[in-house]
Ligand binder design. Structure first.
Ligand code: BTN
Length: 325
């Protein structure tokens, strides 16, 4: 884990002299200078002005447990067992799975300032720069195995759009199965991973990544159209602690009730948010391609693809818009 102890001091966006930083940390000016260079590597631009010192222009809001907890609805506090706000981790999903293996269970939440090996769907990497976005994983346990989780990832997509709407952001849309889109560009994604017995007691890690204020340099590694909440909001992104709290206010009750409700009560809401409703699409599944018209999802969360052979339920793959003939 990189030593980034300068960040809390510079988080206020004000100038701090090299001397003050060195004194506060009890290290030499050279050690401060080295750490400042490391911040640049983390994607946090540091401005240096002779005679005034160093600052992170605009400051940076770090994750803070008290602030997150203050934003939680009271019934949600009862569902939250453990809140782990980490600095740097390979992947919050991987960390949650390790903690599950070590005995943690339902109600564990891991979030981090930065992921060094963030996981996306279909083996992709998830670009995860320091202190600018949200990387969050929530663990829940079910007795009914993988079958009881059908449609859960789609319901999570709906819950995330609600969480962001509660922060006053303009409405987002969903792309099957659970990409979050704004004006056709991806603002977030969901990755579920499972542990335990696929036909009995199992633990699911619900991983959510949301671009909040993606630094353009980091975004160069993204291979699809993307956006972030700062853009969605028209300038100022909501605070990351508020986003985490709002996500937990939606996700914890969803996770706790899903074994009882299943996807059925979420289906209409998913359909209302469907960015590809009635669109001509191509389904990509491994090497295979299939053209059709996207007709929303069925009660299990499968994409209903209308082909020349009729309506087919699709359980895996990825869709893209079909170019007009
Ligand atoms: C996608 O490809 O759309 C899914 C992206 C999921 C990213 C999140 S970030 C938090 C959690 N930890 C990970 O490594 N991945 C998920």
């Amino acid at each position: 884990m990189p030593k980034t102890t300068l960040i809390p001091m510079l988080a206020d966006g004000e100038f701090h002299s090299g001397q003050d930083l060195a004194a506060a940390l009890g290290v030499s000016r050279t050690a401060v200078w080295k750490q400042l260079n490391r911040l640049e590597e983390l994607g946090l631009a540091v401005e240096s002005v002779k005679g005034r010192g160093y600052r992170i222009p605009g400051g940076v809001e770090l994750l803070d447990e008290l602030t997150v907890r203050a934003g939680l609805d009271s019934p949600v506090l009862g569902l939250l067992r453990e809140l782990q706000l980490l600095e740097t981790v390979d992947s919050t999903n991987a960390e949650a799975l390790r903690r599950v293996a070590a005995g943690s269970g339902a109600g564990l939440v891991c979030s981090a300032e930065q992921q060094t090996a963030g996981r996306g769907r279909r083996g992709r990497a998830w670009v995860s720069p320091y202190a600018r976005n949200i990387y969050l994983s929530l663990v829940w346990e079910y007795n009914e195995g993988a079958a009881a989780l059908e449609g859960l990832s789609l319901a999570v997509g709906v819950a995330v759009t609600r969480a962001l709407a509660h922060l006053g952001l303009p409405p987002l849309q969903l792309k099957w199965p659970n990409d979050l889109l704004f004006a056709g560009a991806k603002v977030g994604g969901v990755l579920l991973e499972m542990a335990g017995d696929a036909s009995g007691r199992c633990q699911v890690v619900i991983g959510v990544g949301i671009n909040v204020a993606m630094p353009p340099a980091a975004a160069q590694a993204i291979d699809q159209a993307w956006t972030d909440l700062a853009t969605v909001a028209g300038g100022q992104a909501p605070g990351r602690n508020a986003v985490v709290a709002s996500l937990l206010n939606e996700l914890l009750p969803l996770a706790a009730s899903f074994a009882r409700t299943g996807f059925a009560p979420w289906r209409d809401s998913w359909m209302a948010l469907d960015a590809f409703a009635d669109a001509s699409v191509v389904l990509h599944s491994g090497e295979q391609r299939q053209a059709g018209v996207a007709r929303g999802v069925d009660e299990r969360g499968a994409l209903q693809l209308e082909t020349t052979l009729g309506l087919r339920p699709i359980y895996g793959g990825e869709i893209s818009l079909r170019a007009a003939p």
